[in-house]
Design a binder for this molecule. Structure first.
Ligand code: ZN
Ligand code: ZN
Ligand code: FE
Length: 333
């Protein structure tokens, strides 16, 4: 099989497609040895006591990509500059989700990630640091050991581009931050607020796309993960624990989800942007998986098949029941 790793441009939707057939060889975890268990890794990589940041063995992007073949002058292609990494948050192989970790561990993970992110400020091709976490075999997670991922990209992802443009235009028209105003409106309305802390607020947005979608905004108007201080990171960890505990109990089964950090690009000034975290809980209140089908994939617009305010109430009640409610954890902290 020949190796193909390149970026192909879709001129109709104006977006890059990451093409890499090394992914086809990606193993699905059976009962064999876990590549993320710390025992051997630690000596091998020499990094981190509680958190491991490892190169993804089956990357979509690589730091020194081959020059792609031009197949037709009409079509644009680019080298796949980038990096894909795995963040192993804990040596514990068998925990179900991050809400079972102490908040201090989750905060440490963010610190390790922020440190890793800083190392890209001088890397020429690096434009965006996308941190995300997929959970659940329903949405294609191949290894059960808890982990997040990072893609360091040579372009700004489509969704971020849209958000940057919206916030720039909003700032031009009103002199205010779109995200600060969304947060204020959500708190004034209050019906979809899930967890509030001194420096963070978690809510199901008015315009939620997914049945159990949660956005977590810092009150401070900042753009990058590296700008968050230790107190803010620790508080964020507690908010995430509460939200995920709610997610995993609201329907009496483990919630498959995608969690992503939306922040400004690595270089340049994006003062009108406002960092936040988005979590897309993928089960409907009935317990069935929400599929992205014809409407979503073909038309690009989401359908929300229940009442957002009702889903928010369900989730808020579940969060309250999590071991004494927001900010009490199961173990430690
Ligand atoms: Zn493991
Ligand atoms: Zn703001
Ligand atoms: Fe966002």
């Amino acid at each position: 099989m020949r190796d193909v790793i390149e970026l192909r441009w879709d001129p109709t939707l104006r977006e890059w497609i990451m093409v890499s057939n090394v992914r086809e060889r990606r193993p699905w975890q059976t009962s064999g040895q876990c590549p993320f268990c710390f025992k051997d890794r630690k000596a091998e990589e020499g990094k981190g006591e509680d958190v491991l940041i490892l190169p993804n063995k089956y990357p979509m992007l690589v730091p020194t990509p081959p020059k792609p073949k031009k197949r037709h002058p009409f079509f644009r292609v680019r080298r796949s500059f980038g990096e894909c990494k795995v963040i192993v948050e804990t040596p514990s192989h068998d925990i179900e989700d991050l809400d079972q970790l102490p908040a201090s561990t989750i905060a440490k993970v963010f610190k390790a990630v922020a440190k890793d992110m800083s190392s890209y400020s001088n890397v020429k091709w690096a434009r965006y640091y996308l941190l995300f976490r997929n959970k659940g075999k329903e949405i294609g997670v191949s290894l059960i050991h808890p982990h997040s991922q990072v893609y360091i990209l040579p372009y700004i992802p489509v969704k971020i581009k849209r958000e940057l443009r919206s916030s720039e235009e909003y700032f031009k028209n009103t002199g205010a931050c779109l995200f600060c105003n969304i947060l204020r409106a959500e708190e004034e309305d209050g019906r979809r607020i899930l967890v509030k802390s001194g420096s963070w607020s978690a809510f199901m947005p008015y315009y939620a796309h997914w049945p159990f979608e949660v956005h977590i905004y810092p009150r401070r108007h900042i753009q990058l993960l590296t700008e968050l201080n230790s107190d803010e990171l620790f508080e964020l960890a507690k908010v995430i624990k509460s939200v995920l505990c709610g997610m995993n109990t609201v329907l009496n089964k483990s919630m498959p989800y995608m969690m992503v950090l939306h922040q400004a690009p690595l270089k340049g000034q994006y003062r009108s942007y406002h960092l936040h975290i988005e979590i897309y809980g993928a089960l409907r209140p009935s317990g069935e998986l929400k599929y992205l089908a014809g409407m979503e994939q073909g038309g690009g617009n989401f359908t929300f098949d229940s009442d957002p305010e009702e889903n928010a109430v369900l989730l808020r009640e579940a969060i309250k029941k999590c071991d004494g409610g927001p900010f009490e954890s199961k173990k430690g902290d």
